[in-house]
Design a protein around this ligand. Structure first.
Ligand SMILES: Cc1cc2nc3c(=O)[nH]c(=O)nc-3n(C[C@H](O)[C@H](O)[C@H](O)COP(=O)(O)OP(=O)(O)OC[C@H]3O[C@@H](n4cnc5c(N)ncnc54)[C@H](O)[C@@H]3O)c2cc1C
Length: 500
C-alpha cells in the first residue's frame, strides 16, 4: 500500500505516535520491550500483537507434548534466570515470559488483537505509518512510529505447511497440522500416523503414544537426534551449593554455549565421528537389532538441519514399548483408510498428522512501502541480518538456527538500543544501511548458503529473502560466538549507515 492509498472506511484519521513500534509479542518482542525500557528509558513504544496473548510460538502451538528443543538457560533471556529443567513446556515458557512482563511493567505497552497489514515510510516526515486491523472489533487503527522493530518471527502463525498428496480428499479420517491442533481432537484408541520426523514429530509421538492404539512416525528420510537427561548436572551442583540463581544462570549459559561451540565445530571438522557418536546414542536407546541404519541414519552431515534433543529418550522409549514405530518410505497417495506407500505397504490410520513444517513468512505478511514504492525485500542486502539496504529506521530479529534464538534477540536488542541512542545524541532522524563504494562490486548471494544450513521452509522461501554479500557486514551469520563480540563493536559511524 502506498502512503497516499485511501485507508479502510472505518480507519481513524488520527494516528497514535510512538518513538518505537515493536511488531509481535513473542520471545523477541517482549525481550525488545524489556531492553528498550532499560537502555532507552525516554523512548515511547508500543508492542502490536495479532494474537490475543503474548508468547508467539509458545501460544500458537498447542499440540500434545509441546516443548522447547533447546535449553531454557540460553533460550531464556540473558537478564532473567531460568531455574527449572532445561527443556521446558510451552506452559512453563509462557509463565516465564509472563513474569518478565509483570516484573518490568510491560503490560501497558502491549496491544493484543492488532494485525498489522501495511507499513509505509515517508522520507519527508521520517516516519513509518502502520495500519492495523483489530481482530476483536474489526476496527482499522493507525499508528506512526519513528522506528520499526520487527519481532514477527519467521513463519505464518495462522497455517502450517502441508504438502499436497494425491487422494487427500478421499481419506475418511482427520488430517491435522500440529500448528493448528484442534481442541476437540481425541487420539484415545486411534491409529495415528505422524508425517515428518523433525522436532515436532519427535515431541508429539511420545506424548500421544500412551493414549492411541498405535502411532507411526512416517518419514521420507531420517533425522539426527541427541538424547540425554532433562537436567544439567552443573546447575544441580551449583544449586546444591546454594549459589545465587543469577550466577547459576550465567555460569550454566557459558558452559552450554562452550559445549555447543565445540560440538558445532566438530560437526564441520570431523562430521563422520560426530555422526557415529549420535548414532550410537540412538542405538543405546533401542532394542538390539533395531534397524538404525534405515530409520535413524541421515545422509547429510550433522547440523545441516537442526538437531532435535530428545529428553530422557522418550521417543525411543515409545518405540521400545511397541506403541510407536518408525516407517521410512515415500507416500504414493492417501486412501480412504490411510496412506499407500511407494514400497507397496499400506498404513492404516484414523488420524493423520502432517508435521511437515512451516510456511516461511517474511516480515509478518505486512505490505511495506517506502515513499510510495512497494518494498521488494529480496532486492535488499542484509546488514548483518538485522537491517536492510534502502530500508530506513527498521531492524529485524532473526535468531540462530544452531543456538537458541533468544541469544540473538538479546544481541540485536543491544544493537537497536545503541543505534537509537546514537541517533538521538547526534540529532539524526533517519538511518538507512547502504552499500559503500568498496562494496559495489561484491557478489550478491542467496540469504543463506544451503551447504551450511538447508531446512525445508528456508529453501522454499529463499527467493523472498534479502541477499547477502561476501563480507561479514553484509551477511547473516549463524555464529553466536563471533557475533557476541562483533555486534557490540559495530562502529555506528561506519559509511554503511547513512543518516539524515
Ligand atoms: C514448536 C516450536 C518449537 C521451537 N523450539 C525452539 C527452541 O527450543 N529453541 C529455539 O531456539 N527456537 C525454537 N523454535 C523457534 C522459535 O520459533 C523461536 O525460537 C522463537 O520462539 C521465535 O520467537 P519470536 O518472538 O521471534 O517469533 P514468534 O514466536 O513467531 O512470535 C512472533 C509474533 O509476532 C506476531 N506477528 C507476526 N506478524 C504480525 C503482524 N503482521 N501483526 C501483528 N503481529 C504479528 C505473531 O502473532 C507472533 O505472536 C521453535 C519453534 C517452534 C514452532
Amino acid at each position: 500500500m502506498s502512503e497516499t492509498a485511501t485507508p479502510p472506511q472505518t480507519a481513524s484519521r488520527t494516528a497514535e505516535q510512538f518513538d518505537v513500534l515493536i511488531v509481535g509479542a513473542g520471545i523477541s518482542g517482549i525481550g525488545g520491550a524489556y531492553h528498550l525500557t532499560r537502555q532507552c528509558p525516554g523512548k515511547s513504544f508500543v508492542v502490536l500483537e495479532a494474537l490475543d496473548h503474548f508468547g508467539g510460538t509458545w501460544w500458537t502451538h498447542r499440540y500434545p507434548g509441546i516443548r522447547s528443543d533447546s535449553d531454557l538457560h540460553t533460550f531464556g533471556y540473558r537478564f532473567k534466570p531460568w531455574t527449572s529443567a532445561p527443556i521446558a513446556t510451552a506452559e512453563e515458557i509462557l509463565s516465564y515470559m509472563g513474569e518478565v512482563i509483570t516484573e518490568n511493567g510491560l503490560a501497558p505497552h502491549i496491544r493484543y488483537h492488532h494485525t498489522i497489514g501495511s507499513a509505509s515510510w515517508s522520507s519527508v516526515e521520517n516516519l513509518w505509518t502502520i495500519d492495523a486491523t483489530r481482530t476483536d472489533t474489526g476496527a482499522a487503527v493507525r499508528f506512526t512510529a519513528n522506528f520499526l522493530w520487527m519481532c514477527q518471527g519467521y513463519y505464518r502463525h495462522s497455517k502450517g505447511y502441508t504438502p499436497q498428496w494425491d487422494g487427500m480428499e478421499t481419506f475418511k479420517g482427520r488430517i491435522v497440522h500440529p500448528q493448528t491442533w484442534p481442541v476437540d481432537l481425541d487420539v484415545a484408541g486411534k491409529k495415528v500416523v505422524v508425517i515428518g520426523s523433525g522436532a515436532t514429530a519427535a515431541t508429539l509421538v511420545p506424548a500421544i503414544a500412551g493414549d492411541c492404539a498405535h502411532v507411526t512416525m512416517l518419514q521420507r528420510s531420517p533425522t539426527y537426534f541427541i538424547t540425554g537427561r532433562n537436567a544439567i548436572a552443573l546447575a544441580e551442583e551449583l544449586r546444591a551449593l546454594q549459589i545465587e540463581e543469577t550466577w547459576i544462570h550465567e555460569i550454566v549459559r557459558r558452559k552450554i554455549l562452550h559445549d555447543q561451540a565445540v560440538f558445532t565445530s566438530r560437526s564441520f571438522t570431523e562430521p563422520d565421528v560426530v555422526k557415529q557418536e549420535l548414532l550410537s546414542m540412538v542405538r543405546a536407546n533401542l532394542d538390539e537389532g533395531y534397524d538404525v541404519e534405515t530409520h535413524f541414519t541421515p545422509t547429510y552431515r550433522p547440523w545441516r538441519q537442526r538437531i532435535a534433543f530428545v529428553p530422557d529418550a522418550d521417543l525411543f522409549k515409545g518405540i521400545r514399548s511397541g506403541k510407536a514405530s518408525v516407517v521410512t518410505d515415500e507416500i504414493e497417495r492417501f486412501t480412504e483408510t490411510g496412506i499407500q506407500l511407494k514400497s507397496g505397504t499400506a498404513l492404516e490410520a484414523d488420524i493423520i498428522v502432517t508435521a511437515t513444517g512451516f510456511n516461511l513468512c517474511v516480515l509478518g505478511d505486512i505490505a511495506f512501502s517506502i515513499d510510495g514504492e512497494p518494498l521488494v525485500f529480496s532486492d535488499t542486502v542484509t546488514y548483518r541480518g538485522m537491517m536492510f539496504t534502502g530500508v530506513p529506521n527498521m531492524a529485524w530479529v532473526f535468531g540462530y538456527f544452531r543456538a537458541s534464538w533468544t541469544l540473538r534477540a538479546d544481541l540485536v536488542a543491544d544493537f537497536v538500543c545503541r543505534l537509537l541512542n546514537h541517533m538521538q545524541a547526534k540529532g539524526y532522524s533517519r538511518v538507512v544501511p547502504a552499500l559503500r563504494p568498496e562494496d559495489m562490486a561484491m557478489p550478491l548471494l542467496p540469504w543463506i548458503d544451503p551447504e551450511n544450513f538447508n531446512p525445508g521452509y528456508v529453501m522454499r522461501g529463499m527467493h523472498l529473502l534479502p541477499k547477502r554479500g561476501d563480507k561479514p557486514e553484509w551477511q547473516h551469520t549463524q555464529d553466536y560466538w563471533a557475533e557476541k563480540d562483533q555486534l557490540p563493536a559495530i562502529d555506528l559511524d561506519d559509511a554503511a549507515f547513512v543518516y539524515g
